[in-house]
Design a protein around this ligand. Structure first.
Ligand code: ATP
Length: 235
């Protein structure tokens, strides 16, 4: 479904991604873990066309999207939930969700998806007339995920969904991510520092260090790996 081949990305002279290869198959949850500054966010921004790849290719459903503009990539069915949520703070919850569907014109489908996300996160239905900026961090994360779902993506890209949230909220968010995958078959690619939760949720995982992929295996095998335990799980 999504294939990164030998991707190199730069910020000026900083060589942030050094030839990475990642495959995400249809219907999978795949997690990319790594320390601060490893290049996880850059990987997502390269997929979405925000940071251009200097070398290598990104394929989505067998189409080369390496040089496509971000809006064209969203239109193809790839939606990103950015790090730090980036909801629209002065728009209401309902207006934020409308923005997620801005490329669609199927009114009935939009209404159905709105019901679906309000069902996933009933607190958002209760707060639909409240501005996004007045929500708690966890509610903003729920809104950011819901806004991305309103584009009805085939692949959902999540950047650090656990960032800055209390453990109980993080668990709730990961449960919903698994539910979205199971109920809709949405393919999910998660970039996360919380290796434990990210690998538990994932079918497969990749480990990134210093802009390169150093390991890949099933989530279960990575969780059991002694090196991973020491470096990322604090065990
Ligand atoms: P974090 O979890 O802190 O977001 P990360 O694994 O997502 O870390 P990236 O944000 O992708 O890592 O950063 C990869 C490298 O690129 C780091 O060395 C970082 O300092 C550098 N970098 C990231 N964004 C920029 C930028 N806008 N300008 C210059 N360098 C950047």
């Amino acid at each position: 479904m999504l294939k990164l081949k030998n991707i190199h990305s730069y910020y000026g002279n900083i060589h942030a991604l050094k030839g990475i290869d990642i495959i995400v198959n249809k219907g999978e949850i795949v997690s990319l873990i790594g320390a601060n500054g490893a290049g996880k966010s850059t990987t997502l921004m390269t997929i979405c066309g925000i940071v251009p790849a200097k070398q290598g290719s990104v394929e989505f459903e067998d189409q080369d999207i390496t040089s496509l503009a971000p809006d064209k990539i969203v239109a193809l069915g790839l939606s990103q939930v950015p790090e730090g949520r980036r909801i629209f703070p002065f728009l209401t919850v309902a207006e934020n969700l409308d923005m997620g569907a801005f490329l669609r014109d199927d009114k009935d489908g939009i209404a159905k998806d709105l019901d679906y996300v309000y069902g996933l996160f009933p607190i958002l239905a209760e707060r639909k007339n409240q501005t996004g900026g007045t929500l708690s961090g966890g509610e903003q994360q729920m809104l950011a995920i819901s806004r991305a779902l309103m584009a009805r993506p085939n692949v959902l890209l999540l950047d650090e969904p656990s960032l800055g949230l209390a453990p109980i909220i993080v668990k709730q968010i990961f449960d919903i991510i698994k539910k979205i995958n199971k109920e809709n078959g949405t393919t999910i690619f998660i970039v996360e520092q919380n290796a434990n939760l990210a690998l538990k949720a994932a079918n497969r995982g990749y480990v990134m260090e210093n802009g390169a992929i150093t390991m890949t295996d099933t989530g279960t095998n990575l969780l059991a790996d002694e090196g991973i335990k020491k470096a990322y799980l604090g065990i």
